[in-house]
Design a protein around this ligand. Structure first.
Ligand SMILES: *[C@@H]1O[C@H](CO)[C@@H](O)[C@H](O)[C@H]1NC(C)=O
Length: 140
């Protein structure tokens, strides 16, 4: 009896925390060198967007304070500098910590809509690393 109270108590704490901390975002269709709009509700400024392309350097994009008001936010990343076909995930964070807005599923950069020119050459990482053994194994 006693222990089930404890379990319920902790479940409540966990769910209450996730309700107050998490916020939700919507990401537009990514296309090369076009603006990419991210919209969200909730969260606490300052916000930050991380683009993590497969096998390339990540890009950290600070969101200006003006992009958020009355609990709603919208920001257009100017000229997405990723090549057609690039695979990436986008993670959004707020003042409460990294990834608090969640991470998208894997997104693919599509053909440009506007004819913007932008630099899609990936920067070289300062060092590289390997994972072994591959393939990765569950619980390994
Ligand atoms: C494009 O970006 C790459 C990587 O950051 C850089 O090395 C290169 O100089 C840039 N090219 C131009 C034309 O700005």
């Amino acid at each position: 009896m006693q222990s089930s109270y404890f379990v319920r108590f902790f479940l409540c704490i966990a769910s209450c925390l996730s309700v107050t901390r998490a916020f939700s975002m919507t990401v537009g269709t990514p296309t090369q060198c076009d603006d990419l709009t991210v919209s969200w509700t909730g969260g606490q400024a300052p916000f930050e967007i991380l683009l993590a392309p497969s096998l390339e350097m990540y890009q950290n994009i600070p969101v200006p304070a003006s992009a958020f008001s009355n609990g709603k936010g919208s920001y257009s990343i100017p000229q997405l500098s990723l090549q057609i076909g690039a695979l990436f995930v986008l993670t959004m964070s707020d003042a409460t910590g990294f990834g608090s807005g969640g991470t998208t599923t894997q997104l693919t950069v599509g053909n440009p809509v506007a004819n913007n020119k932008c630099n899609t050459t990936a920067a070289s990482p300062p060092y590289t690393f390997n994972l072994t053994p591959l393939p990765l194994t569950q619980c390994g």
